[in-house]
Structure formats: C-alpha cells, structure tokens
Design a protein around this ligand. Structure first.
Ligand SMILES: O=C(O)CCC(=O)C(=O)O
Ligand SMILES: [Fe+2]
Length: 256
C-alpha cells in the first residue's frame, strides 16, 4: 500500500499534474500539503527519531556553491565566503528496507508524477548506496547554511517540525547556472543580511519540490527541544550516476 494520500493528491491525473507544474514553474517551489498519510509519517518518525545518535555531522563550513574555495580570489569574495552547516543525516543504507520512505521512492506512479511536474523524461536513483534517501536531523541550534544545490531539483518532506526556528528561507533566481552567471552581488547582499528573503511554510507530511540550483536557500537554526526531521528524496535525470568518493566522504564521512 502506498503511503501517498491519493484521494487528496491524484498524482495520475493529467490536470492535477499540469496545475502542479504551473505552480512550480511560476514560483520555483511547490508545496503539496498532506501528501504523506499521517500514519506513514508517524511510522517514519518512530523509525528515525531514536537513531539521531547514528547521524553523521560533517561539522564544517562551506561556500554557497558547495565547492572548495578558489585560492585565486580574496577570502571575502562571494565565491569564498564561508557559512556553517551543522545538521546531521542518516544515509540511504541506514533507512530500513521496509520503510514507507522506500515504498514512495520506488513507486513508479510517484516517479512519473515527478517527471511530469519537473518536465523531465525520466528519473533514476543514485548509483551509490548513500545518496538516494537521506533523513536530516537538526536539534536545537543546528542549521543548514545558505547554499545552491548541485542537483537541478530537490524533493523533500518534513517529518517533524521544531517548536520554533528551522525555517526554510530562499531567494529565487539568484544565479543562472545554465548561463554561467554566479550571482555574486546578490550572494553578498544575502550573506550581509541586507537582501529580502522569502520563507516557505510547510507542515509534516507536505511534499516540497524546489528548484535549488539557482535559488539561494537555507534552513535557520532549530529552537526548542524538538529536533527538526526531514527526508530528502534525491534522483538523477541520467541512469548510473553516483557521487564521487571524495563527495561521498564530504557529505557522509564514508564511501560505503
Ligand atoms: O531541510 C530543508 O528543508 C532543505 C534541505 C536542503 O536544502 C538540502 O538538503 O539541500
Ligand atoms: Fe538545498
């Protein structure tokens, strides 16, 4: 049985798909409330929350482009400015085989729906054993610093909301990666706190689709005693693609 609420979200219906695609194209983000059944969310939280101690924390700073610094540029250049990320994660190989997260990730109807909404031909799981389904943990004070995603789209679902903080903030179309525009001026303004930012509101069980390659985004520090729990469903538009060993070490602290 699929954990998707197919009554509220008729993912096979062409009209529903078209409306979703229009929202994503216009706003750069799509929030589908109540996508996952409350039972499935409760089950995943019960599976994940006790395993917070097993999460990996990269515990490092990074630039907003998630690349190594360029020694040819000044340290205070937008390309080299460092931000902190302190969230932890469970990798795909730590997600139970019978998790509802896997049922959804593998569901052909779900994948077809994502392709239709994202306007792509096909999506594929990561070829490595760590990247496809990740569960993120942010306890009090932990955050995800400003960044652009490497992948063109992100699919996430909040599992557990914190009491306060843990807000998803973004600035749409800061860069145009396809045109090679890095958006340095706006990056500087956002990091200086002088550029307006938008916030995306979503509740546990909402599916969030987001074009994170060109939108600068972050998650503010969690406040209060409830850990923010979120799942990231990662896909590729090409088959057989996995992260390099060095990228796996950066993101997961291991390669297998
Ligand atoms: O936690 C979130 O809501 C966003 C996660 C994110 O931006 C990422 O994993 O790249
Ligand atoms: Fe991101």
């Amino acid at each position: 049985m699929t954990p998707i609420d197919r009554v509220r979200h008729p993912i096979d219906d062409p009209d529903h798909r078209r409306r979703c695609r229009e929202v994503l194209d216009a706003a750069g983000a799509l929030v589908l409330d109540g996508f996952f059944s409350a039972e499935a969310i409760a089950r995943v939280v019960a599976d994940s929350a006790p395993r917070e101690a097993e999460a990996f924390y990269a515990g490092s700073t990074h630039n907003v482009y998630l690349t190594p610094p360029d020694p040819g540029l000044p340290e205070d250049h937008a390309f080299n400015r460092q931000v902190a990320s302190s969230k932890g994660l469970l990798a795909d190989d730590q997600v139970p085989a019978d998790s509802p997260l896997r049922t959804v990730y593998d569901d052909p109807a779900f994948r077809d729906f994502l392709c239709a909404v994202l306007g792509i031909e096909a999506i594929h799981p990561y070829a490595d054993h760590l990247s496809s389904i990740n569960v993120h943990f942010a306890s009090a004070g932990r955050e995800l610093g400003w960044h652009f995603d490497n992948s063109s789209f992100a699919v996430t679902m909040l599992l557990q909301a914190p009491e306060d903080g843990g807000r998803f903030e973004y600035v749409p179309a800061v860069r145009d990666s396809a045109a090679g525009d890095m958006g340095y001026n706006v990056v500087d303004a956002v990091l200086d706190g002088i550029h307006p930012v938008e916030a995306l509101d979503f509740e546990p069980g909402a599916l969030v689709l987001f074009r994170g390659r060109d939108a600068l985004h972050r998650v503010t520090p969690t406040e209060g005693s409830v850990t923010r729990l979120l799942v990231v469903f990662a896909f590729n538009d090409q088959p057989g693609v996995g992260l390099s060993d060095s990228a796996l070490r950066t993101f997961y602290g291991r390669t297998a």
